[in-house]
Design a protein around this ligand. Sequence first.
Ligand code: GLN
Length: 498
Amino acid sequence: MKLNELNIAQASEGLRKKEFSAVELTKSYLDRIKETDEKIKSFITVTKESALEQAEEADKKIKSGEENNLLLGIPCSVKDVINIKEILTTAASNILKNYIPAYDATLVSRLKKEGMVMLGKVNCDAFAHGASTENSDFFTSHNPWDLDRVPGGSSGGSASSVAASQCLYSIGTDTGGSIRQPASFCNLVGLKPTYGRISRYGLISMTSSTDCPSIIARRVEDVAIVLEKIAGKDERDSTSSENKVDNYQEFLADENIKGMKIGIPEEYFLEGLNIDIRKAVEEAIAKFESFGATIVPISLRYTKYAVPTYYIITPSEISSNLARFDGIRFGYSATNDDSVEAKDLIEIYCKSKGKGFGSEAKRRIMLGTYVLSSGYYDAYYLKAQKVRALIKKDFDEAFEKVDAIITPTTPSVAFKIGEHSKSPLEMYMEDIFVSAVSLAGLPSVSVPCGFAKPNDREIEMPIGMQIIGKYFDEKNILRLASVYENNTNWHNVEPALK
Ligand code: GLN
């Protein structure tokens, strides 16, 4: 087996048994990035030198035998909306294209403590607004399963870097589906934890009330290992939870799911859902039944309002969060640009934002400012918050009857680059199965569950199934995902890219 085909536990064992060193492991991933990234375009910044330094550090610790943790010396990538001290962090946006943070996000300092090796910062839709990476101000990433297709988004670079074996796992964010949808498009496991499970400190905020640092990897166990290390209360984020962090890995070992009740919401299996996706998810549900779970039909009545509600609340929070990038406090400033003339404060604001923000960020700022303005606030923002409460109530009631809920992750497989980029509404509809979970703040994991042939192509593209859990019950959705993974082979199918 090649070094960059290992999972975290295998790589960690190899390091400990001295079959290879962390430096060798890191070099094999750096080589892979060099070989493939011209085509895939996962990385905005490759941090070769610091990665090799971290790997040397890890080798010293392994040699001394004092450290015994699974992430020591394991190479990863990090979405470019997460601050890492002294490393360019752009949010894939022109307005931050020269931003070097002075501090680490909490999740990064936790990973550093574990001895991570960070290979670089990966592409995404600018400020995480999007579902394909086509809204990145720099370039679009490509899906390793078919280079003409998107890897999903906004954490598309996270997904493409893991799927192309450029790293073992990636940290992204999921605000309204951004880890689950790319996981489903790239045959990976993507976990969005409960809101507040992982600290948001050091994230470049998008929608503060739904932003969740999230994990993407090739195996359920990999995701469980990383979650355990980065979850938990952080004094610097008042919305982070005091709830105990479980030993997720231990939980995966218990494969008995007899008696667990799994809800299937009819609203997620409507017309328009790709027929192969429906079949794949229904087959997966039948498998869970054969393992002893009870399948319970349920209804989540407010599902159809999730996307419109999300696209009122999200731009509102975005318009407030992006206000800080005004050319004075943060970000690109017209005052430092010789090619731009800005005479007074208003011109500085307009020209800095005008040049620095891409069209999707501008669209969301305008939409958000509009719905928050007096006269429209009650009609849109307040109404959306009320519907959000109903969406949450839907789930609360369902979870009185069931332990988990299964749905498709996306209504179609990965689409072609350019297919939806002309129509923001079409792109927003991508979130149809993932946004309700985000509005409710629930945990949810997408797992590979089959392949479908898009009409126009011979190549089969991956399908993902979404398993939604009760608040802070990551352990049970990961367990269900793991039982499914252990009894199927989808996750072992590799993209053709060599
Ligand atoms: N597609 C969604 C959006 O554009 C989700 C983004 C995200 O989760 N960051 O808002």
